[in-house]
Design a protein around this ligand. Structure first.
Ligand code: TNX
Length: 511
């Protein structure tokens, strides 16, 4: 490490400082404003403390410590008050950074992260992780030095909602597998994690007032594996807390009135003919529907919404509503007119796949666009009334779409989605009649008909989940494939150290 390089401000730096300086050019998502300070390098040492100038920064501080202690071998105690060298978390950031942004200043003895909320501190922590060498992500002790390039960063998101969804219904994933994914998405400033908890193939959360839902409906999955393939309420609460400790709010989804075979297999009374359906382990969609005309259907929905809402601190409840191909249109409207007030009654805001928005004029509800075209009259009308739209266009950001014809996992009904395709669209100017001000954010869903392991999840989510994070966070002015691709490629060594099975697309110049 003796090469001389020219750092951002034109000052010559050598060796380790030069290596550190590069991480500043490699951040994903790209910050709003980055000012290099080539005269400064910070190095984390064994004496460093993580210092709380703001008591509300404790969780972000603990999260940072949990990543850096194993790799550095340092104690990194968390202290109340600012006491010396190390990492300092302070309140009172520039109001410009808002509720989720942060300022990060690297000085010779301290890295100072200022934010106005815990969310802002979590986001600053994610940036600091990427400024440190990739080996700082290792689970075992590595040799230093632990340098951070001199810089001042001011940063805040383009959109308030950067989401990831995992379908745990088609294939079940254990709490540890889900936590692994939560850890991975947290590193990219994702702030909502949507769990698709019910579908034709499985009901995945214990509902104490309807125990057969999991006993029967949670007993199998696509392909027919058998087991207790569901979360107890205690396990779900633990997942929700795990996500919260990484700055992430969980959105539970119970898909209805279609995608309900697992519930219909569990209880005869949920069927119009009072006959239980057989369990389903295939991958077709659109064949199931709750019985719209029966009163018991709404008692069932209310029990589910009540129990789930009581253990979900986040404000959103996702009612699905997609592909109700076996529910006549008039029944679909009737169903939503009954169900939307139930969600409200339990204090939650409804979000759902965009089809449901044609049934309501409530502008506080959040339609999630998943179509493959750039026009949807109902979504545009909702946006014009004032609804905020969550963008998940399937042919851009569905993580289960194959990258190309050689991709082993995934589906291709919405086309092949290479990394550049996933990146090359503007969420704020994509749908006709839906402008920037009507966009709530971007979510990358991962459906799991073909996905069975964490390694499978990673092959499809990496690198496209970080692409979605960039689209949701970074400014439209910073949207440029030629500048983005090297930043994305620079994540490769980090993902290798983390053991992430990413897809090494030839479109990306991997480091
Ligand atoms: C469509 S997108 C579905 C899911 C499938 C997915 C597979 C949406 C709201 N529904 O039921 O799993 O395609 O890509």
């Amino acid at each position: 490490l003796t090469a001389l390089v020219l750092a951002g401000s034109g000052v010559l730096v050598t060796g380790q400082a030069a290596e550190a300086a590069t991480t500043l050019q490699e951040l994903v998502p790209q910050p709003v404003q980055t000012t290099p300070r080539a005269d400064i390098t910070f190095a984390l040492t064994a004496e460093a403390k993580i210092q709380l100038g703001a008591a509300t920064a404790r969780k972000p501080a603990e999260h940072l410590a949990s990543i850096l202690r194993p790799s550095t071998g340092f104690q990194l105690p968390i202290t109340d008050g600012v006491t010396g060298d190390g990492i300092v978390l302070l309140n009172n950031a520039d109001p410009k950074v808002g509720q989720e942004g942060y300022q990060l200043d690297v000085t010779p003895k301290q890295v100072i992260i200022r934010a106005n909320t815990p969310a802002g501190h979590f986001n600053g922590v994610s940036t600091l992780r990427q400024l440190l060498p990739p080996k700082s992500e290792a689970k075992t002790k590595q040799p230093g030095p632990w340098t951070v390039p001199g810089a001042s960063i001011l940063d805040y998101p383009r959109y308030q909602h950067r989401g990831a969804m995992l379908d745990v219904s088609r294939h079940f994933f254990t709490p540890d597998q889900v936590k692994r994914y939560i850890d991975q998405i947290a590193a990219f400033k994702i702030n909502y994690f949507h769990l698709h908890l019910s579908d034709d193939q499985g009901w995945r959360l214990e509902i104490t007032s309807w125990p057969e839902l999991t006993k029967i409906g949670g007993s199998t999955e696509v392909g027919g594996r058998k087991g207790n393939l569901f979360y107890t309420q205690a396990q779900y609460k633990d997942l929700v807390a795990y996500a919260a400790n990484r700055g992430i709010t969980v959105i539970p989804e119970f898909d209805m009135p279609g995608h309900t075979n697992a519930a219909q297999a569990s209880y005869a009374e949920l069927n119009c003919d009072n006959k239980k359906r057989p369990l389903y382990t295939g991958t077709d969609v659109g064949f199931s529907s709750l019985c719209i005309s029966k009163e018991i259907t709404y008692k069932f929905v209310e029990d589910v919404v009540r129990e789930v809402s009581a253990i979900t601190p986040g404000p959103y409840f996702h009612i699905g509503g997609d592909e109700a191909l076996s529910t006549p249109d008039a029944d679909y409207v009737k169903f939503m007119n009954r169900v939307l007030p139930i969600v409200k009654k339990y204090g939650k805001t409804t979000t759902g796949w965009h089809e449901f928005i044609k049934t309501t004029k409530d502008t506080t509800l959040v339609p999630q666009f998943w179509g493959t075209t750039t026009s949807d009259a109902n979504v545009a009308a909702a946006a014009q009334r004032g609804n905020k739209i969550l963008m998940s266009p399937a042919n851009r950001i569905y993580l289960d779409m194959k990258y190309n014809k050689n991709t082993k996992l995934g589906l291709n009904w919405a086309g092949y989605v290479e990394v550049k395709d996933a990146y090359s669209w503007n969420p704020g100017a994509y749908l006709n009649g839906v402008t920037e001000a009507s966009i709530r954010g971007v979510e990358a869903p991962l459906w799991t008909e073909t996905i069975k392991t964490s390694s499978d999840i990673e092959q499809m989510a990496f690198p496209r989940l970080p692409v979605a994070a960039e689209l949701g966070w970074s400014t439209a002015a910073n949207h440029n494939w030629d500048r983005f691709a090297p930043r994305l490629g620079a994540q490769g060594p980090r993902w290798k150290i983390q053991g992430i099975n990413y897809y090494a697309s030839t479109q990306v110049p991997w480091k």
